[in-house]
Ligand binder design. Structure first.
Ligand code: NCD
Length: 324
């Protein structure tokens, strides 16, 4: 990752100086508020028969996924289409190639099409920042290893605000495999930006210190407004390492069952869920669950992110929706 002198013979400036979305730390509280407000305006446009807005007509959004994805890749693709951008989704298993080389070649090849936005998911930490420095496209990090997944955190904030009418002062208990979770890292930062608190709950092997307050007692979820459940991310665990004695034991101690949820609490999960492991099917299918709402929020929040990156704000979203 050292030879970055490929664009016009010059290094591009550090990626964080440009308009990319690589990490929640790229955003201020005002940025988050603007993105959530934009998403809300787009939600109204999605209630019409004609759901397409002309806003990004003629723009090119490339979705490049080196890891499997259902929700993130489909929602970015649909978000680009709903804004009338051209879009292409490229998937790669990325398993047997030298990832550094392959990523560079792929990025340079795709850059030849002059994309406006590259949405990238890659198993290596820093991959999105690397591509941001290789190309002149705006880059959105759709997950880099266990590092960051900023649009997931934004859609989670949107979902929580819709459910509770506010974010400030709420407490979110993030339960499970925090150690391997980019979702948890982004969400903890995002909650901090909007005045909400996080507590990380799970076995000591899966809950790192230093991100947020922690507890190794499942009873600690009782005070939370939101119970945010994570799956065991086996593909990111070191081979041979045993983080839990068995899945059965994990489920018995940490699984989110109806008995462990109190009235008024809401339950979230970024997907994919392993029903019967980290979350009981009765909880996943209950009225307490916001899991389908999260998917719906994913579309409009990703529309807002694409729109925001390709306009030089501040912008009137109301006007944009009117024009449509
Ligand atoms: C998450 C991811 O890929 O980081 N999924 C998602 O984007 N909805 C969480 C996971 O893989 O467990």
């Amino acid at each position: 990752m050292t030879d970055l002198r490929v664009v016009g013979g010059d290094l591009l400036p550090p990626a964080h100086d440009r308009r990319n979305l690589l990490s929640i730390s790229d955003l201020s509280q005002a940025d988050v508020e603007r993105l959530l407000a934009t998403a809300r305006s787009f939600a109204r446009s999605q209630e019409r028969d004609n759901k397409k807005l002309p806003t990004l007509r003629g723009r090119l959004v490339l979705n490049v996924f080196y890891e499997s994805s259902t929700r993130t890749s489909s929602s970015f693709e649909l978000a680009a289409k709903r804004l009338s951008a051209d879009t292409m989704t490229l998937k790669s298993t990325g398993s047997s190639v030298d990832k550094g080389e392959s990523l560079k070649d792929t990025a340079l090849t795709l850059a030849a099409y002059d994309p406006d936005v590259i949405v990238l998911r890659h198993p290596e930490v820093g991959a999105a920042e690397y591509v941001a420095r290789l190309t002149e496209a705006r880059v959105v990090n759709a997950g880099d290893g266990k590092h960051q997944h900023p649009t997931q955190a934004l859609l989670d904030l949107y979902t929580i605000r819709e459910a509770f009418g506010r974010l400030d002062g709420l407490q979110v208990a993030i339960v499970g495999d925090v150690a391997h979770s980019r979702v948890a890292r982004s969400l903890v930062q995002a909650l901090g930006l909007v005045g909400a608190d996080a507590i990380l709950v799970g076995p000591p092997t899966l809950v790192p210190q230093g991100l947020a307050p922690t507890s190794h007692d499942i009873a600690a979820i009782a005070d939370a407004d939101v119970v945010y459940v994570l799956r065991m991310q086996r593909e990111r665990m070191l081979e041979g390492a045993n983080f839990v004695p068995s899945l059965r034991e994990y489920t018995a101690r940490w699984g989110i069952t109806p008995e462990r949820i109190r009235d008024g609490q809401r339950v979230m999960h970024p997907g994919p869920m392993n029903r019967g492991v980290e979350i009981d099917a009765r909880v996943a299918d209950s009225d307490a669950a916001l899991i389908v709402d999260q998917v719906r929020s994913g579309l409009i929040v990703r529309m807002a992110v694409l729109y925001d990156l390709l306009t030089t704000g501040p912008v009137s979203v109301e006007m944009t929706v009117e024009v449509a």
